[in-house]
Design a protein around this ligand. Structure first.
Ligand code: AMP
Ligand code: MG
Length: 323
């Protein structure tokens, strides 16, 4: 299969929507990262996502919708869910809610769980495409399972060329890390399954404490444990020095000397800029001739929580957990 590279004209988006409606795979930009879309109400289409990404079938997919009102047909919203949707949709927030038993969502999408993850992305191209498709679209990040997420169409092609029908190119993604995933499927508590593009502190201003799921058995979100987002080279975190054969993923102005290759996430110490650059710079350092990658300390507040989470998981030993 040859992967079509599409732009963002009306004709391009009409073609992308047509491919999706026919059961094909189309990668498209969202404000977080590029997603790999397929119809969520068509099991054959949705299962192709797992094959193209080499993604384990037990790792459920996020259902993307063009407008907030469409989500109520699939998921049960309580007052907290309604408040978050009102405050942050469209935007980089995914809600895990109870699946309506009659909902037309393929079991492959939810990995057979009684819950469903839903999101309304804010990227204008994503919304235009989703509104044209007018059906729920499952869309995990458009990378090979375990690799850094794609923030450009070139990253998508590097991982998936020849395995998907098309990619819609709208340039780099403005947020750069995946959506924040909050589980509201139990009335008693809100769980932060994945820190992401919407900071935890911002969410807590609307619904109060959002707690870590650690210690929950069985794991609430199968895809959120183990090594992931990983370059092929070893990653060393919170590095204050750098070895001559290491590349440096820097943050701020106060850099250790001696790195062979340097990429600075944000010389000015801006976490939003760092998030935008994270996956591209990981890919660039991976493609350079360094043996390993040293990562300077990143503050943990705001978007820093998501950045640190991705780096921690990328640094796990290969074979740790499942991806
Ligand atoms: P991504 O591959 O970046 O789209 O990741 C989406 C993540 O959302 C997956 O790793 C899942 O673990 C999580 N997720 C999706 N659906 C559910 C669900 N029903 N319950 C818990 N987590 C979910
Ligand atoms: Mg992913």
């Amino acid at each position: 299969m040859t992967t079509r590279l599409l732009g963002t004209t009306e004709a391009d988006l009409a073609e992308a929507a047509e491919i999706l409606r026919a059961g094909g795979l189309v990668a498209f930009p969202t404000e977080t990262v590029y997603g790999l879309g397929a119809l969520a109400d068509d099991g054959t289409a949705a299962r192709r996502i797992f094959a193209a990404k080499a993604r384990p079938a037990r790792n459920p997919l996020i259902v993307h919708l063009g407008e907030p009102e469409a989500a109520a047909a699939f998921a049960v919203f309580d007052a907290r869910a309604r408040a978050l949707a009102r405050a942050f949709w469209p935007g980089p927030l995914t809600l895990v809610l109870r699946l309506r038993p009659e909902a037309a969502i393929a079991p492959a999408v939810t990995a057979g769980l009684a819950t469903v993850a839903v999101r309304v992305p804010a990227h204008p191209v994503a919304r235009a495409l989703l509104l044209r498709v007018a059906r729920p679209v499952a869309a995990p990040s458009a990378n090979r399972s375990g690799r850094p997420s794609p923030t450009t169409a070139a990253h998508v092609l590097a991982d998936l060329a020849g395995r998907i029908e098309a990619v819609v190119d709208a340039g780099p993604c403005p947020v750069g890390v995946e959506s924040t995933v909050v589980d509201l499927s139990e009335p008693a508590r809100a769980l932060l399954l994945r820190p992401g593009g919407l900071p935890r502190e911002t969410i807590e201003k609307v619904i109060g404490p959002v707690v870590d799921p650690r210690g929950h058995e069985p794991p609430r979100s199968p895809g959120l444990v183990g090594r992931h987002y990983a370059p092929s080279k070893p990653l060393r975190l919170d590095a204050r020095t750098v070895a001559p054969d290491e590349g440096l993923l820097a943050f701020g102005r106060d850099l250790p000397e001696g790195a062979r290759v340097v990429r600075n996430l944000s010389p000015g110490g801006d976490l939003a800029e760092a998030a935008r650059n994270l996956f591209r710079m990981l890919r660039e350092l991976d493609a350079s001739d360094v043996r390993a990658i040293a990562v300077m300390p990143i503050p943990g507040e705001g978007l820093g929580e998501a950045i640190r989470d991705r780096l921690r998981r990328a640094a796990l030993d290969a074979g740790a957990g499942d991806t």
